[in-house]
Ligand binder design. Structure first.
Ligand code: UDX
Length: 431
């Protein structure tokens, strides 16, 4: 099958490269000429484990191309995988890139084409995409399908190749058949394909992300309660997670969720709920609790350091919103670091991948070249992102480098007993 992917960002690039790896003929289109140039030279615009090899392999095999012009790449299925950022001011998803892509597709298509929205878009966007294409090209033969993605950053290739499910929102049998061909290699891998109405598919994406954000926020509040009553949140999470109805994933207490999806998508869902007068009070509470939590984590650090941190130095380990990514979007680290600098501390941070992305957002802190460099002479060390490389740090060495023996582990990556037996004071989350 010939597939065109409009937008070579996270979702478009990973999906395009994976489709090519399954043997499809894929053309990735992006307006950003310098991004396309870099991709042609094998330089990835994002950090995603395994992506560079995947792209190189498929470019060499002639199955994956990059171009700036849609005219070069109209195919059997054209995916729209452009950004849908939160619109300034009202939190609605900004659909201008999606609609722009729809117009260009309308102008470019010749034979029957399936247009697939992969970007996360509010309910009803498919109808508008269809209207725009029809307006741009009244004679065009096409079907519009919703096909949300469920890729996690840092694990995106595996999530694409071994999905829990594939959702296809289509009310047009011809388009559904094309989508089945597109995903044929995956359902041969036994991934269930769920064909639903288009609006249903659009809502599945938002409901899924809002539910996961709720799960995280739930366990975070239980963690606060654990601290008060002397319980252990990790054991509580295991104890409830073994119930199949609950499930053990997404029950890690921490500094609150961040990233490019959960904060944006929960807000967009609330906007839709207001527009349609169907309040989502649980999601409203989740958004508010998560926002407050990030700064509360700053106060937790300050308390662990004795209440006053003016003039003290805090080593921060990890800045990205989670491990295995360089993404700083809505990272809890931003609020935590700001709370510390607002209270007068000097912050010296280390992240294995996100330093360049962090600099413009956190211009007033120091950046170290390794974890021990960050820790040397500091009055406390705070773990904000659970990179694997932090898990086996030498605790005795940390003790000898720190000016005060304070460890605040916002991701529960250390064993409290081991930390304490190295002569350090330990504060975790919910235990
Ligand atoms: C998420 C969804 O998982 C994915 O399906 C969707 O397509 C895009 O959004 P992503 O943002 O890449 O993916 O990251 P994810 O691994 O889901 O983590 C989101 C945030 O929640 C991170 O800040 C992470 O640290 C936090 N988190 C996750 C927790 O605090 N506890 C958990 O148990 C799980």
């Amino acid at each position: 099958m010939r597939i065109t992917m409009i937008g070579s960002g996270y979702v478009g690039l990973v999906s395009g490269a994976c489709f090519a790896d399954f043997g499809h003929d894929v053309c990735c289109v992006d307006k950003d000429a310098s991004k396309i140039e870099r991709l042609l030279a094998g330089v990835m615009p994002i950090y995603e484990p395994g992506l560079d090899d995947l792209v190189e392999r498929n470019v060499k095999a002639g199955r994956l191309r990059f171009t700036t012009s849609l005219a070069d790449g109209v195919a059997d299925a054209v995916f729209i995988a452009v950004g849908t950022p939160s619109r300034r001011g009202d939190g609605h998803a900004d659909l201008s890139y999606v609609f722009g892509a729809a117009r260009e597709i309308g102008e470019a298509i010749t034979g029957y084409t399936v247009v697939v929205t992969k970007s996360t878009v509010p309910v009803g966007t498919g109808d508008e995409v269809e209207r725009i294409i029809r307006e741009a090209n009244p004679q065009a033969e096409f079907g519009v399908v919703s096909n949300p993605e469920f890729l996690r950053e840092g694990a995106a290739i595996d999530d694409f190749k071994r999905p829990d499910r594939i959702v296809i929102g289509s009310e047009d049998t011809r388009a559904t058949e094309v989508m089945r061909q597109v995903y044929r290699p995956l359902y041969l891998n036994q991934a269930p394909i769920l064909v639903t109405g288009r609006r249903t598919a659009e809502l599945i994406k938002y409901a899924g992300n809002a539910f996961l954000a709720t799960k995280i926020t739930f366990i975070n509040e239980i963690a606060d309660l654990c601290e008060r009553v002397g319980a252990n949140v990790q054991e509580v999470a295991r104890g409830i997670g073994l119930d199949n109805r609950i499930g053990s994933k997404f029950l890690h207490a921490g500094p609150g969720y961040g990233g490019s999806c959960f904060p944006k998508d929960t807000l967009a869902l609330l906007k839709t709920s207001q527009d349609y007068e169907a309040p989502q009070r649980i999601v409203e509470a989740v958004v508010a609790v998560n926002d407050q939590r990030k700064r509360a984590m700053g106060r937790k650090v300050i308390a662990a350091m004795g209440g006053s941190i003016r003039g003290k130095t805090v080593a921060v380990l990890g800045l990205a919103f989670k491990q295995n990514t360089d993404d700083m979007r809505d990272s809890p680290a931003i609020a935590v670091v700001q709370a510390l600098t607002d209270a007068g501390a000097v912050v010296r941070a280390f992240d294995p991948e996100a330093t360049e992305q962090a600099r413009p957002l956190l211009p007033d802190i120091e950046y170290a070249t390794g974890p021990y460099e960050a820790i040397e002479g500091a009055d406390a060390v705070v773990v904000v992102t659970p990179w694997d490389a932090f898990r086996a740090l030498d605790l005795k060495r940390i003790k000898s480098l720190l000016a005060a023996p304070v460890v605040v582990d916002l991701r529960n990556i250390f064993d409290p007993e081991q930390v304490r037996s190295a002569g350090l004071e330990y504060t975790g989350v919910g235990r």
